[in-house]
Design a protein around this ligand. Structure first.
Ligand SMILES: [Zn+2]
Length: 541
């Protein structure tokens, strides 16, 4: 270990390495002009910053990726990777001839654990600029509309699924270009991808905190030696970060690196598995996202039991069930709850529950209601969500819990803990409420917390309860405003058993009243996350 680290002070050779991704990674066979020398890398992260945790105690992660779907990758790169047991990522430009010609070989690579990434259908790069004479007019990103690019890239995901059967995907923007006709096309792709490589930046990040999974810069080595490639890995180890390599040809094709240099790098990575975690780009990015979530969710004195950050492309059905129906739900509510994406979806990192004014199954409105019953049932802890509620007369968003024994015990003996309810006619009040036998409905044990100078619907707020034996406390943005104990409620205390979580957006009801001419539709409730924590055991005295 000491021996290895001692060599890290060596500086990274310049010249042959391109810090930017894919400077001319099209089908043109001519080599790109050397890029300007990379900007000096930022200083390593401060020693006081906790090291980013890589799996197995590794000091850095390395992704080996190969763009454009080239013959030399199947002929030279893959056999090397397989011989050393290293997994790589192949970004297929689906119109590249070796895709059609050698489909079984790509499929077999995926079956062996390599990643097939999305590199678009037609590899549109900007035709602007002196080095872009090779861009065909019909494949010029600058004249392809943003919507058309998004359509094509999403179609490429479907085609890749037909090859490898996988639904989770990463994307590499051809040439690192993002400006289509009408603007940057990448933001609209985010919900469909785990991570995206695009743009320029330092090849080896100074800190993992600086890495945005939706704008990862990579290193595009052309003609580099094995020693030069290994030096970049050592730099990543010294910084505790990562290096994402984007290769093109290996021992052939365009923008190539020799088979020997590639072999030296892969052999080195295989020999240093204890220090360097080499894996597919998607696995590395999944790990990064998990670590970021855990860091954001960290709460002293508590351990995260489960959470949904709503960062994927679809609703996590291992956590949520959708309840459907239009029977008024005991409150004379006016909506029909559906499971359609019009009413419930995950989008841009949020759960979206959308109430719409439309005739549906005999009702005049639609919306959605989610619960964790049977999937996540928890007794005690901190239950927290960051929510932006919609505004409007007759609109009734809620984040709440029901006793998991409701089917047997019935309501209200099952117990109900309302962590947040806001009714449109009181836009500056959020209610925390307990329902139990003898204190339910309009007699519930309830208290509002007012917001000064703003409506709850203006912004996100964090709503939470801390629930322990014989006590429940309500918080809004960290402010404790309501407490329930057995002595305070006017009936039996029914909160010593597991509960499940619900999120819903009702339209109309006895309590909020009904929409009127001032109520605009659609109305959206946005949930940034739901997090459930277990309290840590108190330290021994
Ligand atoms: Zn490319």
């Amino acid at each position: 270990m000491h021996h290895f680290l001692a060599r890290l002070t060596r500086s990274v050779p310049r010249g042959a390495l391109l810090a930017a991704v894919c400077v001319a990674c099209a089908a043109s066979a001519h080599a790109a002009a050397p890029a300007p020398a990379p900007a000096p890398a930022p200083a390593p992260a401060s020693v006081t910053e906790p090291a980013f945790a890589w799996p197995g105690g590794a000091r850095a992660a390395v992704s080996l990726a190969y763009d454009d779907a080239l013959d030399s990758q199947l002929d030279n790169a893959l056999p090397t990777l397989d011989r050393h047991g290293i997994k790589g990522t192949f970004y297929l430009q689906l119109s590249s001839p070796p895709v059609a010609a050698r489909l079984p070989a790509w499929r077999a690579a995926a079956a062996r654990g390599h990643e097939l990434g999305n590199h678009s259908l037609f590899h549109q790069c900007s035709g602007k600029g002196p080095d872009r004479g090779w861009v065909a007019a019909h494949r010029d990103l600058a004249t392809t509309s943003r919507a058309q690019m998004v359509d094509q890239v999403l179609l490429a995901n479907t085609m890749l699924e037909a090859i490898d059967g996988r639904r989770e995907r990463t994307y590499t923007a051809p040439c690192g270009d993002v400006q289509a006709l009408g603007g940057d096309y990448l933001p609209a792709l985010r919900p469909a991808f785990v991570a995206i490589k695009a743009g320029n930046g330092p090849g080896v990040p100074a800190s993992m905190a600086a890495v945005d999974p939706y704008q990862v810069a990579s290193v595009g080595p052309v003609g580099a030696s094995g020693a030069e490639l290994i030096a970049l890995v050592e730099q990543a180890v010294a910084r505790g970060t990562m290096v994402a390599f984007t290769f093109h040809g290996i021992g052939g094709d365009h923008l190539s690196v020799s088979s020997q240099a590639h072999e030296e790098l892969v052999r080195y990575l295989a020999a240093h598995r204890d220090v360097v975690w080499t894996d597919t780009f998607i696995n590395i990015m999944q790990h990064l996202r998990q670590q970021v979530t855990q860091a954001q969710a960290r709460l002293p004195g508590w351990t995260l039991a489960w959470s949904d950050e709503f960062s994927g492309a679809t609703l996590d059905r291992t956590i949520w069930t959708l309840e459907t129906g239009g029977h008024g739900w005991g409150n004379n509510e006016m909506q029909f709850y559906t499971a359609r994406p019009e009413n419930v979806r995950v989008e841009d990192g949020h759960l979206v529950i959308e109430a719409r004014k439309e005739r549906y199954e005999g009702k005049d409105y639609t919306s959605a209601r989610l619960k964790t019953a049977g999937l996540k049932e928890t007794q005690y802890g901190r239950f927290e969500a960051r929510i932006k509620v919609p505004k409007g007369q007759g609109i009734w968003p809620a984040f709440w819990m029901l006793g998991a024994d409701i089917g047997k015990a019935g309501w209200p003996r099952s117990g109900e803990i309302d962590i947040m309810e806001i009714i449109g006619k009181e836009p500056r009040n959020a209610y925390g409420t307990l329902h139990g036998p003898g204190y339910s409905g309009e007699h519930a044990f309830s208290k509002p917390i007012a917001l000064d100078g703003a409506d709850y619907g203006d912004d996100f707020h964090v709503f939470a309860v801390e629930w322990e034996p014989q006590a429940i406390r309500w918080y809004r943005d960290g402010v404790h405003y309501h407490t329930a104990t057995p002595a305070l409620v006017k009936g039996d205390w029914v909160f010593e058993h597991p509960f499940f979580v619900l999120l819903n957006l009702a339209v109309g009801g006895y309590w909020p009243g009904y929409p009127d001419s001032t109520t605009a539709f659609p109305r959206r409730m946005l949930v940034d996350y739901v997090r459930v924590y277990r309290k840590d055991a108190a330290p021994a005295p």
